[in-house]
Design a protein around this ligand. Structure first.
Ligand code: NDP
Ligand code: MG
Length: 386
């Protein structure tokens, strides 16, 4: 039995985790749930799974939850996420909150020696090296939920990285794969949010259209698998069937395939190293469309270019990249900036940052994060003024 704290329980990944808890009542027990403000959905889940503790980051939502639900305790505020993550009696923390706010709960869970099933890739983008150090000291572990990284981990099957020549992550290419960059400058949030193969939360879907999501994934792979950036490739694979390739030093290549359904990598993050029989939809090889692979076009993948630049600059640069992108995406979804402004604004903030090198602390990372958010809003105000 895995006793699970589910952070981000009301989102796309959180709902997938609820599906798995429903499908495996003898193996997965949800012991706490957290979200930002959607108290109604959180209470529904708490009632269904008889969860004794829930947390809402938004205090007003927590207040409403307390008056509507008498089934257990309601915590509030950002600190509640870390408190639930570190609690005794939790074996696995599924971190499925969106944004840099996910970092502290990851730190808390790892410090307490827990397994973190990590959907919140932002944690690693902000603080990959720091997290690895904590995990090493505490015996905690970071298990990827991201489909590509789950694919890599399954191909690697705990082989040493010295056996690996190259890892290739696939990218769908997002909604604008066949559109000329000049024609998407004014794309609306509704157009950007129509992802061809995956159904996901808003932030990651926008990041798929700029390829920033794939950039984050290169950073994520760099830390999770200890591979230098020049051994991490990306190919466009519009069908999203192959999630990753691992080429070994002898020239043999393993790939991981499945239908695009996040419940699969999430299931593996919970079951590993075991495999649990599932009733999830299966890959039907004979019904597949033909699978194609192409090189990313730099003009259509500015996010990937910026992420590689941040990774090379090192230190606090990747934290700045995430924070600037998170704020820019928010402004775009609020229709305060154009789609075409997103990456130039992030690039401006990244260019203005003087990365702090050496051993980073949580505080120095959060300081860079705050700086980048403020700087992005300054830059965006200038764009808005024209
Ligand atoms: P969603 O937007 O669907 O859900 C986000 C969840 O986080 C919700 O439960 C939301 O609560 C909660 N949340 C949002 N803001 C805060 C906050 N400030 N404090 C606490 N909780 C917050 O996102 P996804 O499920 O799509 O993504 C979650 C994470 O998983 C992201 O890091 C994403 O990159 C990653 N991921 C997602 C994939 C997918 O298929 N969706 C694939 C691979 C990775 P509320 O409902 O109350 O707002
Ligand atoms: Mg992914």
């Amino acid at each position: 039995m895995r006793r699970v704290a589910l952070l981000g329980a009301t989102g796309s990944i959180g709902t997938a985790a609820q599906d798995l808890a429903r499908a495996y009542p003898d193996r997965i027990r949800l012991v706490s749930l957290a979200a930002r403000s959607n108290h109604e959905a959180l209470i529904r889940a708490a009632e269904e799974f008889r969860v004794p503790r829930i947390a809402l980051v938004d205090p007003e939502a927590a207040r409403r939850a307390r008056s509507a639900w008498k089934g257990g305790e309601v915590l509030e505020g950002e600190e509640a996420l870390a408190a639930l993550a570190a609690e005794d009696g939790v074996d696995v923390v599924v971190n499925a909150v969106v944004g840099g706010i996910g970092l502290k709960p990851t730190v808390a869970a790892l410090s307490a020696g827990k397994r973190v099933a990590l959907a919140n890739k932002e944690s690693v983008v902000l603080a990959g090296e720091l997290l690895l150090g904590i995990a090493k000291r505490s015996g905690g572990s970071l298990v990827p939920v991201d489909s590509e990284h789950s694919g890599v981990a399954q191909c690697l099957a705990a082989r040493p990285v010295s056996d690996v020549r190259r890892v290739t992550l696939t990218a769908s290419g997002g909604p604008f794969l066949r559109r000329a960059p000049a024609s998407i400058q004014d794309a609306t949030p509704a157009e950007v949010l129509k992802h061809p193969t995956w159904s996901m939360g808003e932030r990651i879907t926008v990041d798929c259209a700029t390829l920033m999501n794939k950039g984050f994934e290169v950073i994520e792979a760099r830390w999770l698998f200890g591979l230098p950036p020049d051994r991490l490739d990306v190919v466009i694979h519009p069908q999203s069937i192959v999630h990753a390739f691992v080429e070994f030093v002898d020239g043999s290549v393993l790939a991981q395939l499945s239908i695009p359904d996040m419940r699969l990598p999430l299931l593996y993050a919970l079951s590993a190293p075991e495999r649990w029989t599932s009733e999830l939809p299966r890959l039907q090889l004979l019904d597949l469309p033909s699978l194609s692979f192409e090189r990313p076009d730099p003009a259509r993948s500015p996010g990937l270019t910026l992420a590689r630049r941040a990774l090379e600059a090192g230190g606090t640069s990747t934290a700045v990249l995430n924070a600037a992108d998170e704020e820019a995406v928010r402004l775009f979804l609020e229709k305060k900036i154009r789609f075409g402004d997103l990456m130039p604004l992030v690039e401006e903030v990244l260019g203005a940052h003087r990365p702090q090198g050496g051993a980073l602390t949580l505080e120095s990372i959060l300081e860079a994060d705050r700086w980048a958010r403020a700087r992005l809003h300054e830059a965006a105000a200038n764009v808005a003024r024209g």
